[in-house]
Design a protein around this ligand. Structure first.
Ligand code: AR6
Length: 169
C-alpha cells in the first residue's frame, strides 16, 4: 500500500529517494520548480539532461512521459523529469496530466525508489486549475500499482496544500 503524505514547502529540501521535476520538453531548464531544482542541484543535473538530449531524447521528452537523472547536490538520489500539459479550455488534456504521475511512478519502480516527492505538476506556469490538478494527482497515484511506499506531495503555497488536503480527506 502506498501512503500519501502532504507537505507544505520546497521540493528541493526533501530527503527522498526521488523527486519529480515539472520540466518542459527541452529538458534544459526553465522557471518554477524546474528552475529551483537545477539551481539547488547544481550543474550535474543539466549535464545529465544534455546527455539525454544527445542520445535517446534528441527531440526532447514528450508531454506525459518521464525520465530520470542524477539529483546532483540535492538530498535525493534521482530527479525524475516529466512534462505536464499546458492547460487549455479547447481540449481536455487530463489524460496527459495523469500520465505524468503514472510514468513517474513507473520510472521510480525501475530505479527501486521507495519514497518519491511530487510537485503539483502543470499548476504553475502551465496554468492548470489547482483543484483539478490536485484531484488528478491524488486519483492517479491511488489507482497506479507501484512498489513506492510513500508518495509525498510537496505544495508550495497554502492554496495548493488545501486543494490536496481536500482530496485526501
Ligand atoms: N517546490 C514545490 N513546489 C513548487 C516550487 C518548489 N520549489 N516552486 C514552484 N512550485 P511550475 P508547471 C509549485 O510552474 O506549471 C517551467 O518553466 C508551483 O506553485 O513549476 O508544470 C518548466 O520548465 C505550482 O503549484 O510547473 C516548464 O516550462 C507547481 O509547483 C513549465 O515551468 C508547478 O508549477 C512547467 O509548468
Amino acid at each position: 500500500m502506498t501512503s500519501i503524505v502532504l507537505v507544505r514547502g520546497d521540493i528541493t529540501q526533501q530527503h527522498v529517494d526521488a523527486l519529480v521535476n515539472a520540466a518542459n520538453s527541452s529538458l534544459l531548464g526553465g522557471g518554477g520548480v524546474d528552475g529551483a531544482i537545477h539551481r539547488a542541484g547544481g550543474p550535474e543535473i543539466l549535464e545529465a539532461c544534455r546527455a539525454l538530449r544527445a542520445s535517446h531524447y534528441g527531440k526532447g521528452l514528450r508531454t506525459g512521459q518521464a525520465v530520470a537523472t542524477t539529483a546532483g547536490r540535492l538530498p535525493a538520489r534521482w530527479v525524475i523529469h516529466t512534462v505536464g500539459p499546458r492547460f487549455t479550455h479547447e481540449e481536455d488534456r487530463s489524460e496527459l496530466l495523469a500520465s505524468c504521475y503514472r510514468e513517474s511512478l513507473r520510472v521510480a519502480d525501475e530505479l527501486g525508489a521507495r519514497t518519491v516527492a511530487f510537485p503539483a505538476i502543470s499548476t504553475g506556469i502551465y496554468g492548470w486549475p489547482i483543484d483539478d490538478g490536485a484531484r488528478i494527482a491524488v486519483e492517479t497515484v491511488r489507482a497506479t500499482p507501484t512498489a513506492v511506499e510513500e508518495v509525498r506531495f510537496v505544495l508550495f503555497d497554502e492554496r495548493a496544500y488545501e486543494a490536496f488536503a481536500a482530496q485526501v480527506r
